[in-house]
Design a protein around this ligand. Structure first.
Ligand code: 2AM
Length: 187
């Protein structure tokens, strides 16, 4: 199954984000963006891709240990940014060092469980809210999100999320995300 480890903001933070994102849909060229679905909003810690079922017991155990050895931390949604001309995201602020450490531990846990992990990406905490179908100037969206500051919460869980890719046929259909397991941080 296709898996990734993530921090999932609480419902209230996601509702707040929804209120900040809604007005963006009215900006010019917004129709050329595919907006991600709110129930799936998350901060990826470690993307694993397709994972062999045989690795799952060890993966679960190692992720559980990674969570146990980590501290919970304050986090808030903070402003926006873009990757190139295609990906629009919301940033995070607060305990970013702790979040980065958790991402490293989740990565190491997956690698030690036998999942081939991409080593080259620098970790950049972000929550993707839209992807452009074609190259698009995303700066107006980032400008509109500049002042957005969410209410902080205590991030206290490491989630393992399954991504069910669309089977095709329906244009614009998105992956469905399902939390398969979650471990408390630090307990
Ligand atoms: P993204 O939001 O920047 O696309 C599920 O696909 C999650 O894993 C997304 O948050 C996605 O980040 C992240 N991810 C990281 N590396 C990925 C990759 N190589 N392929 C697909 N998703 C990836």
């Amino acid at each position: 199954m296709r898996l990734f480890a993530a921090v999932i903001p609480p419902d209230e933070a996601l509702r707040e984000l929804g209120r900040a994102v809604d007005p963006l849909h009215a900006l010019p060229e917004a129709d050329g963006l595919r907006w991600t679905e709110r129930p799936g909003w998350h901060f990826t810690l470690a993307f694993m891709g397709e994972v062999d079922d045989a690795l799952l017991p060890d993966l679960h155990e190692r992720l559980g240990r990674a969570a146990h050895h980590s501290e919970d931390f304050r986090l808030r949604l903070h402003g926006g940014g873009h990757f190139g001309r295609r990906v629009l995201w919301i940033g995070a602020a607060g305990g970013l060092d702790a979040m980065r450490m958790l991402a490293e531990r989740a990565n190491a846990a997956a690698r030690r469980a036998g999942v081939p992990m991409d080593e080259h990406r620098a970790y950049h905490p972000h929550l993707t809210i839209a992807r452009a179908r074609e190259d698009t100037d995303l700066r107006p969206y980032v400008d509109a999100l500049h002042a957005f500051e969410g209410t902080p919460w205590q991030a206290a869980e490491l989630a393992l999320v399954r991504s069910n890719l669309p089977r095709g046929g329906v244009t614009g259909e998105q992956p469905r995300y399902e939390t398969v397991c979650a471990w408390p941080l630090g307990d």
